[in-house]
Write a protein that binds this ligand. Structure first.
Ligand code: ACM
Length: 552
């Protein structure tokens, strides 16, 4: 680790109102995930003691920026912040002219000075500070004298949770948000609707949850071809619960992006309101799906369907006031029912289209137009680009890593912003390894994947063959936690931690600056925090921190 050299810039940060709170000497050098761009420590010296907390002068604590900093520090786990003091050990400044997530801070024995360009970055500074808390020679909490300048490489750093296949409680969701925040992930993609369940309360359409919020049975984990014969309890998030999760995420600097799957993965929705589907096909009998995979039920391209979607969005948008995007799904939408439906065939004739895939484009365009006046852009899985053009404002989430040419490049070449979530690297529902201690958490074919944290860490989101224009369109990364084989939060934790650490650093730091062996040491340094948080993390040999049921 570098020696601490207060540079000219650091000197400019020095606190006013500073009080001395020197710790006993500090012999431990903290490590941070993801690694900041620049981080210097004063080693083997006194640091800033947290023994009596961080005293915040009342003028600072009453300022908007100061109170935001206090909230961010406390949300990050530095709970010993004492606002409304006559003494000042915290100084916060706005320094315009940097990116929205740029931050810098200086810690001396006298205090902590944080500079940001945008208040949102206070969360990032707070997390770095929280990871830098160590024990001094007397065993008291302290932060070494240090200087950090930092900024992420990619602005969208996400995790997707799927409460449709198996429920995830509000508390478990909040725990995942705490984990995300520690590693500076800033987007929760909440997959709220799918064939096997509709999980968001929509007051105008109560049957979405009354009917779509439960199913008759669930495939066995050990044999996906066989159902368990047990009806699921009703599960959905009320609008109050959604608001609660969104507010909690915001308090950690995370924006929640809802996903409403359109026009496929819609069995639960169509089971609730059968008139939205292709009612005129033979054997039409929609029900909430009790099997996994790609299912045939798609929405019919009727005005009634578009009005329904509008009604849903009218309730969804206010629940996610900070989300710049709404994810509209768009993956795995079979065209078969549109081919069979006389109504859909007529619709195609009327619109002069010969490829049923174009019907999906009509949905995509309508949604983009519906949401644009509300200041929201759509995100869609990469299939939204199949069979024709989509609005250039649409963000493409590239997941099909087997597709040639590369889905991300195709999207970037068409002028779309791209979020990379390749199933070759970032599918956290896939198995991590086949070591003797690895539980059989992901039986059936998915057990072959072996995407351990090293595999995640080996990913390069901006490979050299991408040109400048293409690179500009890569706005971020995301890991997906599909939940067919993840029945509860403990398993989810095992699937996510520590892979999430690797994901965070891949998004933060260029590939040529990363070293997996060095990174492993930093993961080890997180073990105490994993334990403090009661996380069922995966140890290096595959052992789960806690043995939980891994089969049916
Ligand atoms: C997906 O995995 N179907 C996006």
């Amino acid at each position: 680790m570098k020696k601490f050299i207060p540079t000219l810039t650091a000197g400019l940060l020095l606190c006013s109102n500073a009080m001395a709170a020197p710790s006993a000497p500090i012999t431990t050098t903290p490590t941070v995930i993801p690694q900041p761009v620049k981080m210097e420590f004063a080693e083997q010296q006194a640091g800033f003691s947290l023994r009596e907390g961080i005293k915040v002068h009342y003028q600072v604590s009453r300022s908007e920026l100061g109170s935001a900093a206090i909230r961010a520090l406390m949300a990050a786990g530095i709970t010993q912040v004492l606002p409304e003091e006559n003494e000042g050990e915290l100084s916060v400044r706005l320094v315009p002219g940097h990116g929205a997530e740029w931050y810098t801070f200086l810690v001396t024995t006298e205090g902590i000075c944080i500079c940001v360009s945008d208040p949102g970055a206070l969360h990032l500074a707070a997390q770095t500070l929280a990871q830098s808390v160590v024990k001094d020679a007397e065993g008291h909490p302290a932060i070494p004298c240090m200087y950090v300048v930092d900024e992420p490489m990619l602005p969208y750093r996400g995790l997707m949770l799927d409460p449709c296949r198996h429920p995830l409680s509000v508390e478990q969701t909040k725990k995942m948000l705490r984990i995300m925040a520690r590693y500076k992930l800033n987007r929760l993609h909440w997959h709220l609707t799918d064939d096997q369940g509709w999980r968001i309360e929509i007051k105008k359409y109560p049957k979405l949850t009354e009917v779509g919020g439960r199913r008759d049975e669930t495939p066995l984990l050990t044999n996906h071809e066989q159902g368990d014969g047990t009806p699921t309890p009703l599960f959905y998030y009320t609008q109050d619960e959604i608001r609660d999760v969104v507010a909690f995420a915001n308090s950690l600097g995370i924006v929640v992006i809802p996903e409403i799957e359109i026009p496929g993965h819609a069995s639960a929705c169509i089971a609730a309101y059968p008139e939205l589907g292709n009612t005129d096909i033979e054997g039409y009998a929609p029900r909430v799906a009790t099997t996994w995979g790609v299912l045939p039920y798609t929405m019919a391209p009727k005005e009634e369907t578009f009005r329904f979607i509008e009604g849903v969005m009218e309730e969804v948008l206010p629940l996610f006031p900070k989300a710049p995007f709404v994810h509209i799904g768009g993956d795995e939408a079979p065209r078969d029912q549109w081919q069979q439906s006389p109504y859909a065939q007529e619709y195609m004739k009327k619109h002069g289209i010969t490829n049923p895939g174009t019907i999906q484009h009509h949905f995509t365009h309508r949604l983009a137009e519906m949401l644009a006046p509300h200041g929201r852009r759509i995100i869609g899985w990469d299939e939204i680009m199949m069979d024709g053009s989509v609005p250039p404002t649409a963000v493409v989430m590239a997941w099909r890593s087997w597709v040639k040419p590369d889905a991300a490049l195709t999207a970037a070449n068409r002028g779309h912003d791209v979020i990379l979530s390749p199933d070759s690297h970032f599918y956290f529902n896939f198995a991590q390894g086949k070591l003797p201690a690895d539980p059989e958490y992901t039986p059936h074919g998915w057990n072959e994947a072996q995407q351990d944290w090293r595999h995640v860490y080996s990913y390069n989101p901006l490979p050299e063959h991408y040109n400048e224009a293409q690179r500009k369109h890569i706005i971020g990364l995301q890991a997906n936690c599909w939940s067919e084989s993840i029945q509860h939060g403990r398993k989810l934790e095992y699937q996510v931690v520590p892979r999430i650490c690797a994901l965070a650093e891949v998004a933060w730091r260029p590939a040529h600056l990363r070293d997996a062996d060095e990174f492993l040491q930093r993961i080890y340094n997180e073990y105490p925090w994993f334990r403090e948080m009661d996380i069922n993390f995966r140890h290096e040999d595959g052992t789960p921190q806690e043995k939980v049921a891994d089969k049916d």
